[in-house]
Design a protein. Structure first.
Length: 537
């Protein structure tokens, strides 16, 4: 189809000033709808990349800050490049939508498939997607603004474009956590948003075909991209399983993306090994979890001479720590606080896990509270004899607050006179500064603290810190039927070698100065684990 006569004039500036002047109201409406959808898709792509990077790399503040910052920067690049497009504005807008549908649609799956290789490769691919998608989004708005400015005047077009752009961004930012992520997951969400982009391209081809060169060819191309993305969306669960296989290697037998985290259970049949992963991080392995949970529970339960009747477990939704606690007849009540109801449901209802935790979460002594630990501690009136902190490592600021001086102080106000608490504290070998910073933070709140570490094959050298409300604490004995821990083994566990012993000037972690997660990430990037990774790769 030939272009309108106005677009064939020789002067680009003349073309730009006249071709869209008489744009009908219906076609103007299509362009205005396109603006809102463009903004929606752009913000969702940004959220997808930030979320994937947070899951895989940790430190959500860092990942989202990088994603948002470079996305905005690349949008500026796209806006600058738009000035070199002098005519055929609708045609170029459709080309941009096609490219955005493909690149944005595959971004999530590509990032998951890249991660198992090297951090440097993942980071490079991540920035490539951010810069490419941001540049394409940055191209779209100026092109549409120029078309509408010619049709309705600059003042009105800028007002319409900016208001619809903000509205679209709001809808996208709300729809992502409430609708897309829970129902589709990360991989299928990116395909679905790609479908929306290609639909907008198709809509503009149909309604603005008089301003296009060879619209039939464009329709065929958008149709091919639509079929590709639709097929990928329908295969979303299989592609997600394929990507997860590259992350976990073992067979995935259960997985769910919750509003709080991504839960995955894997099984190695020959080794009879069930494993739980949260956001890609291993939480336990069936083969050696008893080492971890015996060390987490039994030294604490025998640390002081006072009876432990009221026990608080923060985290531990798998029920494995509770299993060990129920071995003590003196325990009358166990409050288990885990923010994610899917995690505690898994511990109560998933048969392979129920078999491992001996059905502990269904015991009448156990009361489950699906709340944020901060909220629970602020509202409870109970004074506890023992408190167990079984949180993940402080790989982001949300978890790091649970290792802060403020949170430890809050806990101390809900502890009885002879009470004690224990917290898993990461590895003194792989994250040495993190481990001793947690100990130093406990020192700022409690009169007496103690540290020990044990070997857990799935994790390596792993550390724990105990804090008590008064001095004079120490191991009073241990049950004789434990599979791993004994008084002699515990005495040895309190000795630290030179490469893991306490280092000078550890920080006190505070909510107001949240440095712990930065230290943790630096430990992983620059510590023995990073050196070993570089050596083997």
């Amino acid at each position: 189809m030939s272009l309108p006569q106005a677009e064939t004039e020789t002067s680009p500036s003349s073309t730009e000033q006249t071709i869209y002047r008489d744009l009908p109201a219906t076609q103007t409406g299509v362009l205005l709808i396109s603006i809102a959808i463009v903004a929606l898709c752009g913000i969702v792509y940004e959220l997808i990349i930030g979320t994937v990077s947070s899951y895989l790399m940790g430190n959500s503040v860092y990942q989202f800050s990088l994603t948002i910052g470079f996305f905005m920067f690349s949008m500026g690049i796209g806006s600058y490049l738009s000035k070199f497009i002098a005519d055929r504005l609708v045609q170029y807008f459709i080309y941009v939508e096609m490219a955005l549908a493909v690149v944005g649609g595959i971004c999530s799956l590509s990032l998951f498939l890249t991660f198992p290789f090297t951090p440097a490769l993942y980071t490079g691919v991540m920035f490539a997607f951010i810069l490419t998608i941001g540049t394409l989004v940055g191209l779209e708005i100026p092109l549409l603004t120029r078309i509408l400015a010619e049709a309705a005047g600059t003042r009105r077009s800028i007002a319409n474009v900016m208001s619809l752009d903000y509205i679209g961004a709001l809808v996208g930012s709300v729809a992502f956590p409430l609708l897309l992520l829970p129902s589709l997951g990360l991989v299928a969400s990116s395909f679905a948003i790609g479908l929306i982009n290609i639909f907008i391209a198709f809509l503009n081809i149909v309604w603005l075909r008089n301003y296009l060169e060879n619209p039939r060819r464009l329709i065929m191309l958008t149709g091919a991209i639509f079929v590709l993305l639709a097929g990928l969306t329908l295969m979303g669960s299989k592609l997600t399983a394929f990507a997860q296989h590259h992350l976990y290697f073992d067979e995935i037998i259960w997985q769910k993306h919750t509003p709080y985290q991504n839960l995955v259970v894997t099984r190695d049949v020959p080794l009879r090994d069930l494993r739980l992963f949260i956001d890609g991080n291993l939480q336990f392995s069936q083969r050696d979890e008893y080492r971890y949970h015996e060390s987490l529970v039994h030294p604490l339960m025998n640390w002081t001479s006072g009876q432990a009747e009221q026990v608080l477990v923060l985290g531990g939704g798998d029920g494995l720590a509770v299993r060990e606690l129920l071995k003590y007849p003196s325990v009358k009540n166990i409050d288990l606080v885990d923010i994610d109801p899917e995690m505690t449901s898994l511990g109560m209802q998933f048969p392979p896990l129920v078999k491992i935790n001996a059905g502990s979460l269904s015991d009448p002594k156990v009361h489950i509270h699906n709340q944020d630990a901060f909220v629970f501690i602020n509202r409870t009136d109970t004074r506890y004899d023992r408190i167990i902190l079984d949180f993940p490592d402080p790989h982001n600021e949300a978890i790091a607050k649970l290792y802060s001086v403020e949170f430890f102080s809050m806990l101390s106000h809900h502890m009885s006179e002879d009470a004690a608490l224990i917290t898993q504290s990461s590895s003194p070998f792989f994250s040495r500064r993190t481990f001793w910073s947690i100990r130093h933070t406990l020192d700022a709140v409690f009169p007496e603290t103690s540290s020990f570490h044990v070997t857990i094959p799935s994790f390596g050298d792993w550390g724990f810190n105990i804090a008590s409300m008064k001095k004079g604490g120490g191991l009073k004995g241990l049950p004789g039927d434990l599979k791993f821990l004994s008084p002699e083994r515990f005495a040895a566990a309190q000795i630290f070698g030179r490469d893991v012993e306490r280092i000078g000037n550890p920080i006190i972690n505070s909510i107001f100065e949240p440095k712990l997660y930065q230290i943790y990430l630096d430990d992983l990037l620059n510590g023995p684990l990073a050196a070993e990774h570089q050596r083997t790769n």
